[in-house]
Each structure stands twice: as C-alpha cells, then as structure tokens.
Design a protein around this ligand. Structure first.
Ligand code: UGA
Length: 433
C-alpha cells in the first residue's frame, strides 16, 4: 500500500517505520524542516529501542522517505494518516489546532479519493469535524472517508508494541475505507476490531484512563499498606492473579507521568463535562496521582528532617525507563521539589540528562556522570525511575560511597530484605521499610 503519515513525532515516526517494515511504501511528512533534514541524514530525533534499525533498513530499501510537503504525501498515498500533536489546554481540554490545520491542508491538495485516518488521540466526535473541514475546504468536492485508528504503543517498547499489537481498532463508517484499512494491517496478523468512528475515538481515552485508574488504585492501596503494615507487592500479586483483574499496571510507585496519561485523563474529564456527563471518578484518579508523590516527599522529610544543604542522589529522570522522554516526568517534579527545599541534588539518568540540560528542567541540579558518581557523599539515594541499569549496580560500592546509607525506592525496584542485609535503611512504596 502507498501510505503517508503526517507528523513525524513519536507515533508518526514509529508507525511510518513499522508500516514500511512490513512492505508498505511510506512517506513521512513533517512541517519542521529541521526534523526532516535530521531524518534524511539518518539520525533519529528520539531514543526508542530498535527504531533506528527499522528506519535505516527501510530508507535503504526505498520504502520510507521524509518530506515537508503535505501535497507530496497526499499524492503519494491511498491512505493518509494524521499523527500530529493534540496538546492539552490550560483547562485540560484538547487543543485541536494542529488537527484542524492538517485537515485544511489535506483538503486543499486533495484531487482523488483518499482515506484520511486519525491516529492522534482526539476527543470523541473529532472525526466528524475533520470530515466537515475537508468538505468545506476542498473546492473540487472530491470523495474521501475519515477513519479513526487510535494507537496503543508505549514509549520504550513502541516498535515491539506496533509490530505485535493486542488489537487494532478501526473506526469507520465506510466499507470502502475499511477494505483499504484491512489491507494496511493484514501483515500484522492481529485481531482487527471494527467500530463506528465515535466509538474508536472513545476507546483510546477510555483505555488510557482505565490504565491510569489501575495505577491510582494500587497507589491508594499502597497508602493503606503503609498504614497497616501490609505489603503492596503481595497485594498486587494476589489481586492481579485473578484473570479478570490482571497483574499489569498494578505497580505501585510515584504515580503515572509522561505525555499521555496525565493529558488523556484530563481530556476525558473535560470531554465528559462538555457532554454533560461529568466523569468524577477520574478526578479522584488525578488526586491520588498527585498525593502519591507528596506522600513520598513527606517520607523523605520525615526521615532526613530539614532538607536544606543535604546532599541527595536521584537515580532516574525520564518518566519511565527505556526512553529519553522527560515530559511530565514525576522524577523531574520530585527533583524540583527537593531543590526548592534547599537540598543539593546530584541526579543521574541513562538517557534523559541531555534533554533535562537542554530544556533546563531542573535549575540547580548537578547532573552526574554515572549512577555511582551521583551517590558520592549522599545522605540519601532516591530511586525515581526503574531503569534496569540500577538493578545491576554493586551496592557494596554504593554504600561505601554514600555519607549515610538510606534508600528511598519510589518504584519498588529493590528487594527490602537484600537492601537491609547490605546495610541500607530502605523505604519503598507501600511496603515495610
Ligand atoms: C501509554 C499507554 O500505555 C499506551 O497504550 C498508549 O498508546 C500511550 O500511553 C499513548 O497514549 O500514546 P506510555 O505513556 O508510553 O503509554 O507509557 P506507560 O508504560 O503506559 O506508562 C505511563 C506511566 O505510568 C509511567 O509514568 C509509568 O511509570 C506509570 N506506571 C505504569 C506506573 O506507575 N505503574 C504501572 O504499573 C504502570
């Protein structure tokens, strides 16, 4: 199939590369000339395991190319995917400016039938607006269909998620468009769930909000565990073994962050309010997520007392492991809170430090060269993101390097018993210290 993807951000680039990898001919379009130049020169603007190989392989095979021209993309393809950002507005609702602009630009160059597929996360009923916009701006009255095809990939394992999806959701009110969409996804050999456009749009917000709810649920239980002396890991195993519940996304920690869950939960609340059916449960999900990091800070304060001038090491800055993404990272928020209270913070992250420095996200932090360098003379170590690298570290060396061997494990990465044996005072989330 000839496919174009408008927007070479996370979703657009990974989708384009993986579509090319299964044999489609793909043009990735982006209006940022610098990004297009970077991609053309063989560099990948984001860190995502496996992505670079897939991009290089398909550029060499001439199945993948990059352009800044929507016209080029639309002419090249039978199917045009829209994967542009849908950022939040101050009130939590979704800013659809980029979607509207792309719809207009497609309309202006549309000369024959195309399927326009919305892959960005958008509020329910956006497809209707996109179709209306294309009709309004396409003077020639060309036939087209608008389809919703939400993306469920996770950063850090985006290529694997895209190549082996649990399901593919296609929201379409047209058989012609549906037939083409089935051809696009045939090589992935995954179940295709066909719905109307509105339902597909809703599935994305409902799925992300449900996952956020699972996280807040276990985090609320972690507070009860701390108050009662139970262990949240055992509780999560116990409830997660019930197939109806499932163990995944029941990892208690500092709460969810990133560019999806916080934004999508807020958007779903705004959508429900606009529709006159406020989804109050999600407000509690947000509240628990906020309280969780405050409880953790309190634990640090209760243990170290005054934080001013205390040297604290922080391991992990990205919003989760295996990515360089620091957007809406709880770890960054935590570092800034420690800095605000006067602590001297030495932080280390395997992939996120360049972005933290570039965007000046933690004013006053010292970015250490290694995990061991960060803990030199530290009065406490805070684990904020659960990178595998931190599990493999020689903790004898860590203890010797620290001023006082105290560990606050914000992701329950380490085993409390082992840490105690190694001579650390250990504080996890929802488990006995
Ligand atoms: C999330 C969804 O998982 C994807 O399916 C979706 O496609 C994506 O949003 C999106 O809308 O684009 P992502 O934000 O990349 O993916 O990362 P997740 O692995 O879902 O983690 C999100 C946050 O939840 C992280 O801060 C993570 O640390 C936290 N989390 C996750 C927990 O605190 N506990 C858990 O058990 C799982």
């Amino acid at each position: 199939m000839d496919i174009s993807i408008i927007g070479s951000g996370y979703v657009g680039l990974v989708t384009g590369a993986c579509f090319a990898d299964v044999g489609h001919s793909v043009v990735c379009v982006d209006n940022d000339q610098r990004k297009v130049d970077t991609l053309r020169s063989g560099q990948i603007p984001i860190y995502e395991p496996g992505l670079e190989d897939v991009v290089h392989r398909n550029v060499s095979a001439r199945r993948l190319r990059f352009t800044n021209s929507i016209e080029d993309g639309v002419h090249h393809s039978q199917i045009v995917f829209i994967a542009v950002p849908t950022p939040p507005q101050p009130d939590g609702s979704v800013d659809l400016t980029y979607i509207e602009r792309v719809a207009r630009e497609i309309a202006e160059v549309l000369k024959e039938y195309r399927v326009i597929v919305d892959k960005s996360t958008v509020p329910v009923k956006t497809g209707e607006k996109v179709a209306e916009t294309i009709r309004r701006y396409n003077k020639a009255g060309v036939d087209f269909d608008v389809v919703s095809n939400p993306e469920f990939l996770r950063e850090g394992c985006a290529v694997a998620d895209l190549m082996n999806p649990d399901r593919i959701v296609v929201g379409s009110n047209s058989d012609r468009a549906l037939a083409l969409m089935k051809k696009v996804y045939e090589p992935f050999m995954a179940p295709i769930m066909v719905t109307d456009v509105n339902s597909a749009e809703l599935i994305k917000h409902a799925a992300n909000s449900f996952l956020a709810l699972k996280i807040s649920y276990i985090n609320a239980i972690s507070a009860i565990c701390e108050a009662s002396g139970a262990d949240v890991e055992r509780v999560a195993d116990g409830i997660g073994a019930d197939k109806r519940i499932g163990r995944s996304f029941l990892n208690a920690g500092l709460g969810y962050g990133g560019s999806c869950f916080p934004k999508d939960v807020a958007a779903f609340i705004a959508i429900s309010e606009q529709l006159g059916v406020p989804f109050l449960l999600l407000k509690e999900v947000q509240r628990i997520n906020q309280v969780q990091r405050e409880r953790f800070l309190k634990k640090i304060r209760d243990t170290l007392w005054v934080l001013r001038d205390k040297r604290i090491a922080v391991w992990g800055l990205t919003f989760k492991p295996d990515t360089d993404d620091v957007r809406n990272s709880v770890a960054i928020d935590l570092v800034n809170n420690l800095l605000q209270e006067g602590a001297i913070v030495h932080a280390y992250d395997p992939k996120g430090m360049d972005k933290v420095a570039e965007l000046d996200l933690c004013k006053g932090v010292t970015l250490a060269k290694s995990a061991l360098a960060a803990v030199q003379n530290a009065e406490a170590l805070v684990l904020a993101t659960e990178w595998n690298e931190f599990q493999r570290i020689d903790f004898e060396q860590v203890r010797k390097a620290m001023h006082t061997p105290i560990v606050f494990d914000g992701r329950n990465l380490f085993d409390p018993g082992t840490m105690k044996e190694l001579g650390f005072r250990y504080y996890g989330i929802g488990r006995a210290g």
